[in-house]
Design a protein around this ligand. Structure first.
Ligand SMILES: O=C(O)CCC(=O)C(=O)O
Ligand SMILES: [Fe+2]
Length: 334
């Protein structure tokens, strides 16, 4: 899904409710407790958030604040590098293992610079990651700073835990397709948005949904908005200390045969400061097809989508680069 306008039309402004509905916040620590009742309560809470909203936040996720800060700092320092260094990673080919861009060729990057690179299996991809700034790939231990690599590994552990809980909540068992997810891909989309300037551009990244199974988002300050399905309006996402934001991607909608829906979201520019966000997108391996779980397909609930892989998505994107209304999920609806 995409929207090419650069400022937010009045009717699309997020509603300024006096008491906005609170974002579901899941305490992930309870998943690992040796207490089946606590675990099933968390699984149910996650299932409810997935079905009703498609997004939630997690606390007690096991990633320390210093690792989160280190990843944001590494990203921020990368974007401060001279253009000629960043341009070394520029490419129009979306299949490149690392890709830097600043323009809206993708139809949705209205005012964002991004660096995208794969992160799992790390041994295959690390060689392509930026060499600079040094903290992108190495801990500068004398300064007690952490780095992107550590964050990538730890956020994947959170994704594995969440995936198990979501599958359990769908009633198809936490081990369902476990190997495919374990061997699956992780793509980091590292984004940098300027602060609002005098110009009327207020949208950094226009409305879209993510294509993997799930996305875990770390942000340096507020700016994320999601479409609330019940009111079909934009909602500002609150920024809780030490929380990570989670949302459902297109492939999860397919796997759940529509029981869980992908989330349309966008990033608006922050009036106070430039903003960094790191979206960690998790899915099956590039060529692995995702299809609706057969346990969730019956006479009453026929299969709603054709199967597809991440690779199919990349092909769809390449073939529809000029088509701003492209929508991968729509193209798969039966
Ligand atoms: O910057 C944000 O808050 C959202 C980023 C995002 O949606 C993406 O990278 O896909
Ligand atoms: Fe996104």
């Amino acid at each position: 899904m995409s929207d090419t306008s650069k400022s937010v039309p009045q009717e699309q402004l997020p509603s300024q409710e006096l008491h906005p509905p609170p974002m579901p916040v899941i305490n992930l620590g309870h998943l690992s407790l040796d207490d089946p009742t606590a675990r099933s309560r968390v699984v149910n809470d996650i299932a409810k958030s997935c079905r009703d909203l498609g997004y939630f936040q997690v606390i007690n996720h096991g990633i320390s604040q210093s690792v989160m800060d280190g990843a944001v700092e590494a990203a921020s320092e990368f974007f401060k590098l001279p253009s000629e260094i960043k341009e070394e990673y520029a490419s129009d080919d979306i299949r490149q293992p690392v890709r830097y861009d600043t323009s809206s060729k993708d139809g949705i990057s209205m005012s964002r610079a991004f660096l995208k690179h794969y992160a799992h299996p790390l041994c295959d991809w690390l060689q392509y990651w930026p060499q600079q700034p040094p903290i992108y790939r190495q801990a500068v231990s004398s300064l007690k700073r952490e780095y992107m690599e550590k964050y990538a590994v730890e956020v994947r552990m959170v994704a594995l835990k969440l995936m198990e809980a979501i599958l359990e909540g769908l009633g198809i068992g936490k081990e369902y397709m476990h190997e495919k997810f374990e061997e699956g891909l992780q793509l980091l989309s590292v984004n940098c948005y300027p602060k609002v300037s005098q110009s009327d551009t207020t949208i950094g990244l226009a409305a879209h949904s993510d294509y993997g199974l799930l996305t875990i988002l770390l942000t340096s300050c507020p700016g994320l908005e999601v479409v609330d399905r019940s009111s079909n309006s934009w909602k500002v996402v609150q920024q809780l200390p030490h929380a990570l934001h989670v949302h459902i991607g297109d492939h999860m909608e397919i796997l759940s045969n529509g029981q869980i829906k992908t989330v349309v979201h966008r990033a608006v520019l922050n009036p106070q400061e430039a903003r960094i966000s790191i979206a960690s997108i998790h899915g099956f391996a590039l060529h692995e097809k995702v299809s609706s779980a057969k346990e969730l397909v019956d006479e009453e609930n026929p299969q709603k989508y054709k199967e597809s892989s991440f690779n199919d998505f990349l092909e769809h994107l390449t073939a529809n680069m000029d088509n701003m209304q492209r929508n991968f999920l729509e193209s798969l609806r039966i």
